[in-house]
Structure formats: structure tokens, C-alpha cells
Design a protein around this ligand. Structure first.
Ligand SMILES: C[S@@+](CC[C@H](N)C(=O)[O-])C[C@H]1O[C@@H](n2cnc3c(N)ncnc32)[C@H](O)[C@@H]1O
Length: 353
């Protein structure tokens, strides 16, 4: 069934949203807001439909030619057909929308997305899959392989590793390729954008008594912000990360090895709440409910929440919302060309203490 659609906005995951003649929402990949398109409905459910783009009838002025030959099939990128300023605005609008719909913050101030210094060639690691002798990346939402021998969002160095891998005629399997580093644990994927992220978090942290860096990895935030505080406590369950964090720790900088849900309460007891700032950088699942409960009970003065998933961010923000004001949110584009969104949110105690 071919239908005409007007694309109203972009949904999470990078698909455009239009409406079928009966008003039902329909998702289509590879389109942009404001475009008129013809699409083929591939899946119709009670509450929404999905369709494949057949042709763009009225293209957006923001449409550009995707540089990658496998764009549209490879599961990695969603926005190579969009100008970079458009990608940044799509992400900003999605953060504002999610904080409003899920978080209940209707008037949340969401600043413009901080751009990545590099729009391509930024990834310091990728995973290449090889199956039945074919090397490449997974298709969108499947484990079928799209054959590729280059990835334009990966750094030159990672692409050199990719060429070396292909030349070695690899067996079937999964091949993580990363730029060399001594520390093998979590590392932000885009070095230049992570410098922007670090500077932003540093700006938001005003000096105080105690900094708690929860989900601290090897101390990425703790080490930069630490000098502003009398004491710094990092919490992380990867022992390798903790070992690295401790290796060059200054006086007053300590690390607790284990679950944040288990250690946060104790860490917050160390100093008065009014002088305490918490940096929270959980994995995509967001903070555990015990973690949010510990925060709402101890009421540290500020919480700087660094999120890689706006929906779990909004869920946690809603729970914090009873005791905290959401001062503002700023997306940082850690993942250009993809639909992934990194956001920094500043919370301050609603009672102004
Ligand atoms: C998004 S990363 C952030 C790391 C660090 N802030 C950085 O920027 O390098 C999340 C980190 O939380 C750790 N982690 C995940 N769940 C945890 C938990 N329940 N308790 C402690 N650490 C956890 C992971 O090992 C990972 O290092």
C-alpha cells in the first residue's frame, strides 16, 4: 500500500513521524521534518504503522547527500541525510519533548545542542561482525550483516585497524576495534566531544565541600572537578576502572568499589548536604531506584546528571522533581550522524538550600 505522508517531526531512534489518512501515526526512516513523501506501509499495528520511503516529493532544504554507501541499511547511522545543524536541533527537540512527556517538565529550558568538533571520523572504537566470511555491521534492528570495508564515522586510526582486519581474512565472530589505550574499561566514544562534555560539567559544578561522582568509571569527571572540593568520592563497580582511578588519586580523592545503589548513602553522609554536589553518569538504563531514593533522602545541593538515554533520564528526573528543580538541560552531540543523544541536566534543591 503506497501512501503520501507529511513528515511532522522526528521520533527517537531517528525515524520521521507522519499520519495516515485515519490519523494513525506512521514511522518512516530516511526522511526529515517538513518533507512530503510517498511511502509503502510495511507493518500496521493498532496504535501505529511503519513504512518504507519510496520517494521524496518535496525535500527539506536541510537534506544533504549521505557520504556512506551503506547508509540506510547499516544500523549505525540515522541522520547522514540531514545537515548537521538540523541533527543538533532534532536532538534538542527530542530532549525537550521527553522531559515534558515523561518527566512532566513542561517548561524545561533545553539549551542548543553543543556540536561535536568532528561530524565524521570521530569514533575511537567500532565493532565489526563477520558471518559466513562477510565482514561489516549489523542492519538496523537485525543481526543480518551489511558488508562494509570502511566506516566514515570511525577515526582514521580505527579504519586502518578495519583494513588490517579484512586483510587478515578473519574467522566468523565479533571484532571490537579500538584506538590503543592503556585503560580498557568504559571510555567516551568521541574524544573531542567528550572534552566539551567535561568542560560543561566543570562549568556547572560550583565549589563546595564534597563531590560524589557516581558511576565514575576511571574518574573522568572526578579528576577534573575534584580540585574545587575538599573531598571527592567516586563510586564504580568495575575493579579495573577503580584501580586506574586510584592510581593517580590526589589527597582527599577516594574511590569506592561496588554498586552505586549500595554505596551512595554512605558517601553522602560524609559532609553536609548543602556543600555536596553529585555527578551521576549511569549507563543507558539510568539510575537504579535505590540511587534516586538515596538522593531524595539526603538532598545534596546540586545534581549534575549526565545521560546517554533521554527516556531513562526523564523517568529519573520525574522522581527527583518532587525535591529538585530542573534548572536546565544541554544535549552534547557525542554521536553525530546517529540517533544517540547525550544530555547534561543540572538539578538544584527546590527549597533553595
Ligand atoms: C556511562 S559510564 C560512565 C563512566 C564515567 N563517568 C566516564 O565518563 O568515563 C557508566 C559507568 O557505570 C558503571 N556502572 C554501571 N552500573 C553500575 C552500578 N550499578 N554500580 C556501579 N557502577 C556501575 C560502568 O561500569 C561504567 O563505568
Amino acid at each position: 500500500l503506497e501512501i503520501s505522508l507529511n513528515i511532522e517531526r522526528m521520533a527517537f531512534g531517528g525515524k520521521g513521524v507522519g499520519r495516515l489518512p485515519d490519523g494513525k501515526i506512521c514511522f518512516v526512516a530516511g526522511v526529515l521534518p517538513g518533507e512530503k513523501i510517498v511511502a509503502q506501509v510495511t507493518n500496521e499495528r493498532p496504535r501505529f504503522a511503519e513504512a518504507d520511503l519510496v520517494r521524496v516529493v518535496e525535500p527539506s532544504a536541510e537534506r544533504v547527500t549521505p557520504p556512506c554507501p551503506v547508509f540506510g541499511r547499516c544500523g549505525g547511522c540515522s541522520y547522514q541525510h540531514a545537515s548537521y545543524p538540523t541533527q543538533l536541533e532534532i536532538k534538542r527537540a527530542q530532549v525537550a519533548d521527553t522531559l515534558s512527556r515523561i518527566g512532566g517538565f513542561r517548561e524545561a529550558v533545553v539549551h542548543p545542542t553543543i556540536p561535536s568538533p568532528k561530524e565524521y571520523g570521530y569514533r575511537n572504537r567500532i565493532t565489526v561482525h563477520v558471518a559466513r566470511g562477510r565482514a561489516g555491521f549489523y542492519e538496523q534492528g537485525s543481526r543480518r550483516i551489511v558488508a562494509a570495508d570502511h566506516c566514515p564515522i570511525a577515526s582514521d586510526e580505527v579504519n586502518r585497524l578495519f583494513s588490517d582486519l579484512l586483510a587478515s581474512r578473519p574467522h566468523d565472530g565479533e571484532y571490537p576495534l579500538r584506538e590503543p589505550a592503556t585503560y580498557r574499561g568504559f571510555r567516551q566514544v568521541n574524544d573531542a566531544a567528550s572534552a566539551k562534555l567535561l568542560a560543561l560539567v566543570d562549568d556547572l559544578a560550583s565549589p563546595g565541600e564534597l563531590l560524589v561522582d557516581a558511576y565514575c568509571g576511571a574518574g573522568f569527571f572526578a579528576k577534573r572537578l575534584g580540585p574545587k572540593f575538599r573531598q571527592t568520592i567516586g563510586i564504580e563497580w568495575s575493579s579495573d576502572a577503580i584501580r586506574h582511578a586510584r592510581a593517580d588519586a590526589r589527597e582527599g580523592e577516594t574511590y569506592l568499589s561496588g554498586d552505586v545503589a549500595l554505596h551512595l548513602r554512605r558517601a553522602l553522609d560524609v559532609a553536609p548536604a548543602v556543600g555536596t554536589t553529585v555527578v551521576l553518569d549511569p549507563p543507558a538504563e539510568g539510575a537504579a531506584s535505590e540511587v534516586v531514593n538515596a538522593l531524595v533522602q539526603a538532598l545534596p545541593a546540586r545534581i549534575i546528571y549526565v545521560s546517554c538515554d533521554p527516556s531513562t533520564l526523564a523517568r529519573d528526573a520525574k522522581m527527583l522533581g518532587a525535591s529538585y528543580s530542573l534548572v536546565h538541560a544541554t544535549p552534547v552531540d557525542m554521536f553525530p550522524q546517529t540517533a544517540e543523544i547525550e544530555t547534561v541536566v543540572l538539578f538544584e534543591r527546590a527549597d533553595g538550600a
